[in-house]
Structure formats: structure tokens, C-alpha cells
Design a protein around this ligand. Structure first.
Ligand code: 13P
Ligand code: ZN
Length: 305
């Protein structure tokens, strides 16, 4: 019989590596099958199918429930990554967990490979920093718009008594086109969008806020956007797209979809009308007010005459 020298240390190391990567694979599959992760990845794909996410355009975050965290925790990394200061503070979000798309990641790839394109972050006890606890593999980071998402979450949690959980940013073409031809005020955008389609005033009765063009990706645009989010569930980013907030994926996607459809209608109707806003027929202010009365919805009075 041949005399074999066993190197037990390297054997043990190799076995550990195999077990670790098998465990990682199992964790990935288990995580990707959780309902909130499936809802999140579906929404990324829905936006892609609408044509709102060229390249890495747009991003999505979801504030997890305690039940989501309990279900996901067994699949978190053995060792969380380093804390990263955000440059903004959300005290009411201390200790929260968020699922976030990755910076530079493409929405069209999310469903195919969640673990590389999205990840879960934990917020520290002062609401100033995050650390990655799952996903965003191979050195990826949460979206560069995380400060805006985080501040919007902070404001919407307060405004809705904790109901809002989703913040969505999309590069919606109709809204971008409108920024060229409509004065950049909340009132000018809201009135035009409400008038495009009967259901608009029902879907966003508070109206939309407008952030003038700003450099994206930092605390300044986060501050400007979250100030508007105290009043509105939708904020237009001039020449860039929109932010929408809501309690779940359906409502938030539906809101962005409605606003963007109205914007596309506005641009098409105006072009068809030779560039003029002198419409032959339109929904009058009384119609907007009557609709809200019958639907038992509070219209933003500041935007009706
Ligand atoms: P991220 O790839 O960092 O999410 O940025 C995309 C984007 O839309 C910036 O506004
Ligand atoms: Zn963007």
C-alpha cells in the first residue's frame, strides 16, 4: 500500500472553503426568495421595462419591517462591512434596515443576480452611518443617491406615521421633457399633470414638488428633496427624473407610473396642439375639486383657482 502523507491543515482549509461557498450559495437563494426581496426585484424590472432605467439610471430603497429583518437575518454575512458616514442624519431611522440598489448597477440586471446588484444596509444608532450586512458583492456600494433616499424615508416616516416604506428614483422621459417647457414650480407642474387625466388628482391629490436642476448624489439635493417630501409623495428633479414615495411597491410604482404617464400626455398633447397650451377642451378646476369631493380626498387647495 502506498504511503500517503496527509496535510490535514490544508485539507481542513479546503473543506472550510467549500462549505463556506456552499453556505453562501444557499443563503443567496434563501434571501432572494423572501417576499420583500421578490417585490423589490420585480419593481426594478418593471421600471426597466418602462424604459426609465438606461444604463445605471434610477435607484430603489425599501425600509424593512421587523418581520423582514427577522426573516433575513439568518442569511446576513457572518461579518458586517465597515460603517460609512452618509453626510445626512435621520434620527428616526436609527437602527433601521434598508434594501437598496447598488451604485452603478443596472436595473435590468437586478432580477438575474440580486446579490451583486442590491444589498441590505443597517443604520447606526445615531442615524448618521450605514454598513452593508448582505449582498452588494465584490465591493459594490448602495446607490449614490442613498442620502436622498434616506432623508426622504426620514421625512415620509414622520409624515405618514411609519406607513411609507418605499422610495423610488426613475429617469422618466416625460417629466424630463416637461422640465424644458414648464416653469419649475410645484404649482405649474401639479396643475398641468392633474389636468391631463381624470385619475391624476385622485392618485396625487397633494400634487408634486419640483427641485430645480441640482448636482445629484449628495446631501444638498437630499435636503431640497426631503423638504418637498414633507408635503408631497412625488418630487420632480428637473432635467433628471422623479422621486416617488409610498407604503409598498405597488403603490409607489403606480404613483410614478401615473405621474409619468400624465407628463407624457402633456408633452404629446402640447406638440399635437402646435406647441400651444390653449386647449380646445380640458378638465376645469371645478372638475378637479368635484372629483376629490366625491372620492372623499383632500385636494391641495393651493393649486386650484
Ligand atoms: P446610482 O447608480 O448610484 O444609483 O446612480 C444612478 C442615478 O440615477 C443617479 O441619480
Ligand atoms: Zn438619477
Amino acid at each position: 500500500m502506498a504511503n500517503v502523507d496527509f496535510d490535514f491543515d490544508s485539507l481542513r482549509e479546503a473543506a472550510t472553503d467549500v462549505l463556506e461557498s456552499a453556505a453562501q450559495g444557499v443563503n443567496r437563494i434563501a434571501m432572494e426568495n423572501l417576499e420583500f426581496v421578490k417585490g423589490f426585484t420585480r419593481m426594478c424590472n418593471d421600471g426597466w421595462l418602462q424604459g426609465w432605467h438606461e444604463r445605471n439610471g434610477g435607484n430603489l430603497t425599501y425600509r424593512m419591517t421587523d418581520e423582514d429583518v427577522a426573516a433575513a437575518r439568518p442569511f446576513f454575512d457572518a461579518k458586517p462591512r465597515e460603517w460609512v458616514e452618509m453626510g445626512v442624519t435621520g434620527e428616526n431611522l436609527a437602527g433601521s434596515f434598508f434594501l437598496s440598489t447598488g451604485s452603478g448597477k443596472y436595473m435590468r440586471n437586478v432580477t438575474e443576480d440580486p446579490a451583486h446588484n442590491i444589498g441590505i444596509v443597517e443604520i447606526n444608532e445615531t442615524g448618521t452611518a450605514y454598513r452593508i450586512v448582505w449582498g452588494l458583492l465584490d465591493g459594490a456600494k448602495p446607490t449614490s443617491e442613498f442620502p436622498s433616499h434616506f432623508m426622504n424615508h426620514s421625512v415620509r416616516v414622520a409624515a405618514t406615521d411609519g406607513a411609507d416604506r418605499v422610495i423610488y428614483h426613475a429617469h422618466t422621459p416625460g417629466i424630463i421633457e416637461m422640465s424644458f417647457i414648464v416653469p419649475l414650480t410645484d404649482r405649474d407642474f401639479t396643475r398641468r399633470l392633474w389636468q391631463m387625466m381624470t385619475e391624476c388628482v385622485v392618485v396625487f391629490p397633494a400634487g408634486v414638488g419640483v427641485v430645480p436642476w441640482m448636482v445629484p448624489g449628495g446631501p444638498a439635493i437630499a435636503e431640497a428633496t426631503s423638504n418637498l417630501m414633507k408635503t408631497y409623495s412625488t418630487a420632480v428633479w428637473a432635467h433628471h427624473g422623479l422621486f416617488a414615495a409610498g407604503p409598498d411597491f405597488d403603490t409607489t410604482f403606480g404613483l410614478a407610473h401615473t405621474v409619468e404617464k400624465a407628463a407624457a400626455l402633456y408633452v404629446a398633447a402640447r406638440a399635437a396642439n402646435g406647441g400651444s397650451e390653449d386647449w380646445l377642451n380640458k378638465i376645469e378646476d371645478k372638475g378637479l375639486v368635484d372629483t376629490c369631493r366625491d372620492f372623499n380626498i383632500a385636494i391641495n387647495q393651493a393649486f386650484v383657482d
